[in-house]
Write a protein that binds this ligand. Structure first.
Ligand code: AKB
Length: 337
């Protein structure tokens, strides 16, 4: 067996070596919008979308190749990698924190075995680059929760968090040991108007918009003073692609970048929405996800991402809320939501 080592040419690979891309989890919240953006950038036929459980949207299947892949089955990934001569994978398939607590074994299986399959295929087929998303869920109650440092205590108390810490370590191991170029971001809660998130703790920050527009009321599943780091989808897509196109030689971190944009409480979000929909009412009924939210940071220090690859977000709370309401109102008026 031949192994590439990290000094074996990785720094010579550039974004021009990413020509044939596979996106797993392309039917998910981030994957669906990421695929569309990658197709614009790299060409429709060069970006293969893959999904498993959720039905793909019309856009996903009509604008480029679509395949069904269960990431826990290595042969299914390998078949698609060979068929399309894939050199880059954005591995977005994952079970999130809320569902992860209800189905911890499924969470382990999909998040760990799925990732290991992807990394092994990347090693065996000498792929150019792999993106593996991490999350603020890597942090836990013992982590400093204000301005959470890049390199700090990682002792999560959820299965999702456990898989994300292990995933970061595994990704960094593949960089060092096998010379596979693995990159990853610790995503905060992502807010978007295209595809609903599924099974996360930060889902309230998306659901609230749909409820405000459709029913003018929402019952939030975390307390009003719960503060979490969040990000608007355009910044999430921009940051993801920017990290993947960054110069390898400038990176000191690999699979575990902190990334920040905005932090707000559930009440601050509801109040900002009220500025646009004055009769909107939000009440609060915390469920099991409150404990998860309480174990995560309130604000994040992302100076490593800023220094190593130039990260800078565009959206703050008021710009994000204005844009979300505008986009979802159009959809509502067309009967699409
Ligand atoms: C979740 O809430 O599980 C995700 C995340 C922060 O990774 N949105």
């Amino acid at each position: 067996m031949e192994y590439r080592y990290s000094d074996g040419g990785l720094s010579k690979m550039s974004k021009d070596d990413m020509k044939r891309i596979l996106v797993t989890g392309s039917t998910g919240q981030i994957g669906s919008e990421l695929t569309v953006e990658l197709r614009k950038r790299y060409g429709n036929d060069n970006v293969v979308a893959a999904g498993h459980r959720r039905k793909p949207s019309e856009t996903l299947v009509s604008t480029g190749p679509y395949e069904t892949i269960d990431v826990t089955k290595r042969e299914e990934i390998e078949r698609v990698v060979k068929k399309y001569d894939i050199d880059t994978i954005y591995h977005m398939a994952a079970v999130l924190s809320g569902v992860g607590e209800q189905k911890p074994l499924l969470c382990w299986d999909v998040n760990m075995n799925g990732l290991h399959n992807i990394l092994e295929i990347a090693r065996e087929h000498s792929l150019t680059r792999v993106f593996c998303p991490s999350s603020i869920a890597v942090f836990g109650p013992e982590t400093p929760n204000e301005n959470t440092p890049q390199d700090t205590i990682l002792k999560p108390t959820t299965m999702y968090g456990v898989t994300k810490v292990a995933g970061e370590l595994l990704g960094n191991y593949y960089v060092k040991r096998f010379g596979v170029d693995v990159r990853g971001i610790r995503y905060p809660g992502i807010i978007s108007s295209e595809t609903l998130p599924g099974g996360g703790t930060t889902d309230y920050a998306v659901e609230i918009f749909y409820a405000a527009i459709k029913e003018k009321k929402y019952t939030c599943f975390v307390k009003e003073d719960t503060v979490l780091p969040m990000m608007y989808m355009p910044d999430c897509i921009k940051g993801t692609i920017q990290l993947m196109e960054a110069d390898f030689s400038k990176l000191k971190h690999h699979a575990d970048f902190n990334l920040a944009s905005m932090s707000f409480s559930a009440k601050e979000l509801a109040d900002e929405i009220k500025k646009h929909i004055p009769d909107f009412i939000c009440d609060y009924k915390p469920d099991f996800r409150q404990e998860i939210a309480d174990s995560w940071p309130r604000t994040i220090d992302d100076s490593a991402a800023r220094e190593e690859w130039g990260w800078k977000p565009d959206y703050d709370l008021s710009r994000m809320v204005e844009d979300m309401i505008e986009k979802l109102t159009v959809k509502y008026e067309k009967g699409l939501i």
